[in-house]
Ligand binder design. Structure first.
Ligand SMILES: C=C(O[C@H]1C=CC=C(C(=O)O)[C@@H]1O)C(=O)O
Length: 408
């Protein structure tokens, strides 16, 4: 594989450079990377999916000839990846685009990749037509109706009260049907404009704007944004501020949050020589909901230096934000009662470069697109005090970003 990264003048907003066919993206506040074309891909399933993908990537970049004149995280060869939530069912993939455009701190670059061994051509970007708005969208129940899902939440509360576990994250899906295949760039551009604090992603049909960063590895620095504890926004700013204050004081939410932070810190500890874990969370304000959030940062030690960002994501997945506590019991409860094939929802999604640096989010506030049909997902952390109707309302609020992004 021969890879060339060249610095270019500002080519305009990254998401507007994407062609309609299989666009790949990881963008936040206008920075990040977008890619298209397919130089190579690796598909895998099962419990070994992260290890197998990591091995494939190391092999691919191990023999690559790279001419990189920018040398930033995300330059040189990069793979976009999306991984199944559970060992079964679900498929996972790493995709190596043949063209990547990136933007970071006032610098822009284009990477071209050729797996036939020829030096790829220059950095000319194709003209692309603007994104097409979906003509109409008809929503229907996914695997369970809202009422059925409330019953499932009630069953989880019963099990928690009986002492089987402390917390379980239960999810539901909604099906959206359009008259013709969706131009993914339309929702991507809307998600990125409406949710600038989130990471807007598109990998192999999995799209969304996630507020939760499972892990970022960048030149020896390992960071993670942990979320747990949610409150819906009302649209009245003053009232929302009061709600944010009550969220920051809620002992139930603080306890749940503390647990989620601890589990991430414990999972990262074997790879870090030092770690900063803030004592109190901050409130992340999103247009639809507010979350308790903590940003953790660690410095990788000699063990961490040899570990890719994907391997770190594997060590963290599934976090308490998408599984529960204790994790093995929560996963078993999800398999028994949720009645949903999560596929790649709530799995790691992101990118990785040849050094193993990269960013992996959790595929939340997301949808799986297959042509004209989409499955939209939302999940909620269920604890002893959870009220099924309130959880259903929270799931509806978490579906808002994708629903809005599909409308005009
Ligand atoms: C599982 C989801 O959200 C998680 C992330 C943040 C807060 C959550 C909560 O408070 O329930 C969830 O654990 C989802 O959006 O589908």
């Amino acid at each position: 594989m021969v890879v060339r990264t060249t610095e270019v003048p500002n080519p305009g907003p990254l998401l507007e450079l994407l062609p309609e066919d299989h666009p790949m993206a990881w963008v936040r506040r206008g920075e990040g990377i977008v890619g298209w074309g397919q130089a190579a891909r690796f598909d895998t399933i099962g419990a070994n999916r992260f290890v197998a993908a990591d091995r494939w990537w190391r092999r691919m970049v191990g023999t690559a000839v790279v001419r990189d004149e920018v040398r930033l995280p995300g330059t040189g060869p990069v793979a976009f990846g999306s991984f199944a939530f559970d060992d079964v069912p679900g498929s996972s993939s790493l995709v190596l685009p043949d063209t990547v455009v990136g933007h970071r701190s006032g610098r822009w670059w284009v990477t071209t990749i050729d797996v036939t061994g020829n030096l790829p051509g220059g950095a000319a970007l194709p003209e692309v037509p603007p994104a097409r708005r979906p003509l109409s969208v008809v929503y229907g129940d996914g695997s369970r109706s809202g009422t059925e899902w409330e019953g499932i939440v009630a069953e989880a509360v019963r099990r928690i009260t009986a002492g089987e576990l402390e917390k379980v994250v239960l999810a539901r899906d909604l099906v959206a049907e359009c008259p013709e295949p969706v131009d993914i760039r339309w929702p991507l551009q809307r998600l990125s404009a409406g949710y600038p604090h989130c990471w807007t992603f598109s990998v192999d049909g999995m799209i969304g704007a996630t507020p939760e960063l499972l892990v970022r590895r960048e030149r020896g620095l390992i960071t993670s944004r942990v979320l747990a504890g949610t409150i819906r926004r009302t649209g009245d700013d003053e009232h929302d501020l009061a709600l944010a204050a009550s969220l920051a004081r809620s002992s139930k939410d603080l306890e749940e949050h503390e647990y989620a932070v601890r589990s991430v810190a414990d999972a990262l500890a074997p790879f870090c020589s030092s770690m900063n874990v803030p004592e109190t969370p901050f409130v992340l304000h999103l247009p639809n909901v507010m979350h308790l959030a903590t940003d953790l940062a660690g410095v990788s030690d000699s063990a961490g230096d040899g570990v890719t960002s994907l391997a770190l994501a594997a060590a963290l997945h599934p976090s308490a934000a998408v599984g529960g506590t204790p994790t093995p019991v929560a996963l078993q409860v999800i398999r028994e009662i949720e009645g949903l094939d999560r596929d790649r929802y709530a799995g790691p999604v992101g990118w990785m470069d040849a050094r193993g640096d990269g960013e992996w989010g959790i595929a939340l506030r997301s949808a799986e697109v297959s042509g004209a049909r989409l499955r939209l997902f939302a999940g909620c952390g269920i604890v002893a005090g959870s009220d099924p109707a309130a959880e259903l309302a929270e799931s509806v609020a978490k579906l808002v970003p994708m629903r809005d992004a599909l409308s005009s």
